[in-house]
Design a protein around this ligand. Sequence first.
Ligand code: GDP
Length: 201
Amino acid sequence: MNTPPVYQQASFLLSAAKLDQLPTDEGIEVAFVGRSNAGKSTVLNRITGQKRLARTSKTPGRTQLINVFQLDADRRLIDLPGYGYAKAPLTLKKQWQYTLTRYLQTRQCLRGLVLLMDIRHPLKGSDQTMLQWAIESQLSTHILLNKADKLKRMQITKTLKAVNEYIAPYSNLISVQCFSALKHSGEDELYAVLNEWFKSE
Ligand code: GDP
C-alpha cells in the first residue's frame, strides 16, 4: 500500500544517550523495540517509505542510543536500542536495560510500543521481560512478528496462535500481527494501529 503522508514526512531529529536529551515530554511518541536483527530498521524504513531513514541507528556508536524521528511538531517515532545482542559486554547490556526501562516507565507522551520479533524466534526471554514492563506500566503494545516470508502459511498460523494464547490475559493492552518488511505484507494492519495511537484526543 502507499505510505500515508504523515509517515513519509519522517525525518531524523536527534539521538539521545540519556533521557534528558530527548525532546520535551509532550505530544505523542510511538516507540519501536526488539532484539537486534529482528528487522527494526528495515520496518522503520518500510513504514516511512524511506530507504535510509533508520540507517542512522546503524551508525557505529548510535546503536545504543534512542533515535528520534519527527513526523510533525507533535508526533514522533522512537527507535529504541536493540537488545539481546549476544556479543555486547554485560555492562553495555545493563546500560541499555536501564535506559529502556526508564524510558518505558517514565515517558508521559509514550502512547504505544511496537515490539518486533523474528517470527521464527518469538517470545525470547528478553521479549517476555519487555512485555512484563509494558504490562506493569499499562503501556499498549503491538507485537510485530516480522519476516513472515520466511515461514510457510501453516507455521505462520501456528506461531500466531501460540503468541495469541500467550497474550490472551492482556488482550486489552497487547495485540499481535504478522508482518514482512521484505514482502510488504501486514502494512495496513500496522498503519491502523499507529494511526489510532497518533490520533490526538
Ligand atoms: P535490526 O537490527 O532489528 O534493525 O534489523 P535490520 O533491519 O538490520 O534487519 C536485520 C536483517 O533482517 C537484515 O538482513 C534485513 O534485510 C533482514 N530483514 C528485515 N526484515 C525482513 C523481512 O521482513 N523478511 C526477511 N526475509 N528479512 C528481513
